[in-house]
Design a protein around this ligand. Structure first.
Ligand SMILES: [Zn+2]
Length: 700
């Protein structure tokens, strides 16, 4: 494949971060000092203006761009690229006080969305006062107009500046406003979706507990007893935030159509935005990654897998195009429970991990550490000591040299044959549902368990959403896809009929896209595809262990312990590859099945393994059958060591990373050139703690 560059202006890895000199304007010479230190640290870009509104517009209608002017001048003189933000993430005090409607109304205790849906009760929302950040109303016409004015001025002044690389729209968008404006917009959204109240009442199952609506205006507070309403409100919130983002982008796109636009997402516990829907409106995906690599329990392995999957997700949002790591922490964060110092080498490791998975940048929050307020203890390139001999500063400077060595990786893609589905709708629906049991709420953890095998074996994975094109993948895995629409079930059937291999698990296709249970037995509208009927779902207490016996002849054979969930399955045409062996009433019934459908196969795993052994064995056989290989074939990767590949224009970069605090060994069947160490490796190679190697080959 050809390389695909994020910007035509440069073909190297951006190494920069958030720079906030507006906190230091009363300190003479601060920028001189900072830029001298940027030279020493190898910082070649900066993200600016992110929380600068009070500096740029100190009083309503009075604008002062002198700070940004100076930064752009310095950028041009020193050859640094600028990622320019719009400032809507933080409102000036004059604005929040003069126009109260721009301030979010939310359930007390939940200023932003995570957890609101499952924990809230029917108490009225309250208006937040000025303070904090990320707490505007996305619907407010006044706030939208204020953003339009400032964004237009920014675009007119800097949109065609030669050093402007990307637009950084707002910051870490979130949702959660329930003001009257947002409620009215929600009702409009519902009218557009359902057309009639009869449709809505049916889709929400409102005769339950006398919830039937007879007038659109009766739809007010989000009611957790109506799970369909919760899912729709979550969808609305994501789309309303997207609508706000599009309004913010409009003047930028009009005035500077050639500058790529992005917004930096949060992820992990923050899951209130459906990034698949947002992806079409972004020219490049970006996110803020803060792995806490200091957990003794798993020696970093869990953290490594979790963040690798997220990096893959952000690469996959734009169809495999490289993404921007917009924020990461050079040092400890300040918001964790235990903000431990990064051990020597960890900063390099986690930065190159992002590059290995598709990032063409290593950017930080923050370039200079503030003296006061809530981020004064957050890691930074320039610490309070301002000393270039500091350990972390030197590690950052060394990393910049590594990034130069591998800059050919810029624009490269990841050749994945395996796709793993992650759908926000399914997650929201599971979280909103009362039952079937608490365990099944762990949707993301289930997705992660399937990812684990591929990560551990050097097999690249793309993440896909319900609307993604599946045709190019040999294997598509859809763990616990609780919500499956008619359209999606048809697409799965087409994919398998055309020769694809699909793997689904327990809790698949339980409800339709408005959260109504599919009639006629599980897995809902895909019984013919899987050739089974899952009659019951049995949940186990934490202390209970069940068992299945696999009947394969290679790896997936013999007994495997089960935990948490077992589905009582009848084969209706599918071949049976494992049966329950638990002495319970479904002893001997199918636990893992495979159905031939058209030219392909649809696998169903009806139980959760107690350890990873079951999925490891299952996927070892399946990947062998499908000819899916590691990016480093015939190399056994030890515990906590992973390999990831990027390719483009005949070049191939295989990153091998030891995430552990102890050394590891790999044995190479063929000689490899490590472009980072600039040496040839062969035979048994020792990987010191946190070591990263990058094996480079070229067909040129
Ligand atoms: Zn609102």
């Amino acid at each position: 494949m050809e390389k695909e560059y994020l910007s035509n202006k440069f073909k190297h890895i951006l190494h920069g971060g958030d720079y906030n000199p507006d906190q230091w304007l009363d300190v003479p010479g601060i920028m001189d000092k900072d830029f001298a230190l940027f030279d020493l640290a190898g910082i070649n870009s900066m993200s600016i203006g992110i929380f600068s509104w009070a500096t740029l517009e100190p009083r309503e209608g009075e604008f002062d761009f002198s700070m940004l002017d100076e930064l752009f001048e310095r950028a041009e003189k020193t050859g640094r690229y600028v990622i320019l933000a719009t400032p809507s993430g933080g409102k000036p005090a004059w604005m929040a006080n003069k126009y109260p409607e721009i301030n979010r109304m939310c359930i007390p205790g939940f200023t932003i969305a995570p957890g609101w849906m499952v924990k809230r009760s029917l108490v009225p929302p309250v208006r937040v006062e000025h303070g904090g950040r990320h707490n505007h109303c996305p619907t407010s016409p006044i706030y939208r107009e204020k953003c339009r004015i400032i964004n237009t001025k920014l675009a007119e002044r800097y949109g065609n500046h030669p050093m402007l690389a990307f637009w950084h729209v707002s910051n870490e968008y979130n949702t959660g406003c329930e003001c009257d404006l947002c409620r009215a917009a929600f009702r409009d959204w519902l009218k557009k979706k359902y057309k009639t109240l009869e449709n809505l009442n049916h889709s929400w199952w409102t005769p339950f507990w006398s919830h039937t609506y007879s007038d659109w205006e009766e739809i007010k507070a989000v009611d957790v007893s109506v799970s369909s309403m919760c899912v729709d409100f979550q969808r609305f919130c994501s789309e309303q935030a997207l609508d706000f983002y599009k309004a913010e982008c409009a003047p930028l796109r009009e005035i500077s159509p050639n500058i790529p636009v992005t917004t930096n997402f949060m992820s992990g516990p923050f899951h209130d935005l459906d990034f698949w829907k947002w992806a079409d409106e972004m020219d490049v995906a970006s996110w803020d990654a803060y792995p806490q690599y200091h957990e003794p329990a798993t020696d970093n392995r869990d953290t490594a897998i979790y963040f690798s999957l997220h990096h893959d997700l952000f690469r996959s949002l734009k169809g495999g195009k490289p993404f921007i790591l917009m924020e990461s922490c050079p040092g400890p964060t300040n918001w964790g429970v235990l903000n431990r110092q990064l051990r020597p080498g960890v900063h390099r490791m986690k930065s190159l991990q992002a590059v290995a998975h598709g990032s063409d940048t290593v950017c930080y929050f923050q370039l200079r550490k503030g003296r006061g307020a809530s981020e004064k203890f957050h890691g930074a390139v320039i610490d309070h000591a301002e000393n270039p001999n500091g350990r972390m500063f030197r590690e950052i400077a060394d990393l910049s040299k590594d990034l130069k060595k591998i800059e050919g990786v810029v624009g490269c893609h990841t050749p994945a044959k395996v796709a793993l589905m992650y759908d926000w709708n399914a997650r929201w629906a599971l979280e909103a549902s009362a039952g079937p049991t608490d365990h099944c709420k762990e949707y993301f953890a289930t997705v992660l368990k399937h990812y684990d095998y591929f990560w551990s074996n050097g097999i690249p994975v793309d993440m896909v959403g319900p609307d993604s094109n599946l045709d190019k993948y040999s294997l598509v895995i859809t763990p616990s896809l609780y919500m499956v629409s008619e359209e999606l079930s048809k697409r799965f059937k087409e994919y398998v009929a055309n020769g694809g291999t699909l793997v689904a698990t327990y809790l698949t296709g339980v409800v339709n896209d408005t959260d109504l249970v599919h009639m006629g037995g599980l897995p809902g509208n895909m019984r013919d595809l899987f050739g089974i009927w899952a009659e019951e779902i049995d949940y186990l207490y934490p202390q209970e262990v069940s068992k299945l016996t696999a009947t394969g002849t290679n790896k997936f054979k013999g007994d495997f312990e089960l935990a948490n969930v077992c589905e009582v399955i009848h084969a209706e045409g599918a071949s049976v590859h494992a049966t329950f062996a638990n002495g319970d009433y479904y002893d001997g019934m199918p636990a893992v099945t495979c159905n031939s459908y058209g030219k392909g196969k649809a696998w169903y795993i009806g139980a959760e393994g107690k350890s990873s052994d079951m999925l490891i064995s299952f996927y070892e056989d399946l990947t062998a059958e499908l000819g899916i290989e590691s990016c480093l074939p015939n190399v056994k990767l030890p515990y906590g060591v992973a390999a990831q590949v990027r390719e483009g224009d005949g070049e191939r970069y295989v990153f091998v990373i030891n995430y552990k605090s102890t050394p590891a060994e790999i044995t190479l069947p063929t000689e490899q050139y490590d472009i980072l160490a600039e040496e040839t490796c062969s035979g048994t190679v020792t990987l010191p703690p946190y070591c990263v190697k990058c094996f480079f080959t070229s067909k040129k």
